[in-house]
Design a binder for this molecule. Structure first.
Ligand SMILES: Cc1cc2nc3c(=O)[nH]c(=O)nc-3n(C[C@H](O)[C@H](O)[C@H](O)COP(=O)(O)O)c2cc1C
Length: 86
């Protein structure tokens, strides 16, 4: 997997589905390779039932970043998304 150069960015949003209660290995591989140290980062999911908070706790322990509140974008309105982005 080719990892983009994110050095010029301060804020990184990571979007993911949830499969069988967790994020797919491809997303973990991305997190293993990308350096989020010192960056503001947040995860949003498109999951149906599993809340992203569960995943966020795991990610926060494993990967260093200034983690912000996670968000489930499934059925979110434009207003929900704008509020979260603030
Ligand atoms: C194999 C599989 C397992 C899934 N497991 C979960 C799950 O444990 N919790 C959940 O809320 N959604 C689950 N979903 C729903 C996906 O999170 C949802 O379909 C996806 O985020 C929507 O994005 P997509 O259009 O890329 O599939 C699962 C979907 C698939 C295909």
């Amino acid at each position: 997997m080719e990892i983009p150069d994110i050095s010029a960015y301060d804020r990184i949003l990571i979007g993911s589905p949830i499969w069988c209660g967790t994020i797919p290995n491809a997303v973990f591989s991305f997190l293993d390779k990308v350096n989020l140290n010192g960056k503001k980062a947040a995860i949003f999911t498109t999951s149906v039932a599993t809340e992203p908070q569960k995943i966020a706790v795991k990610i926060k322990k494993k990967y260093s970043a200034k983690w912000c509140r996670p968000f489930n974008a499934n059925h979110a309105t434009d207003e929900n998304i704008t509020d979260w982005l603030k």
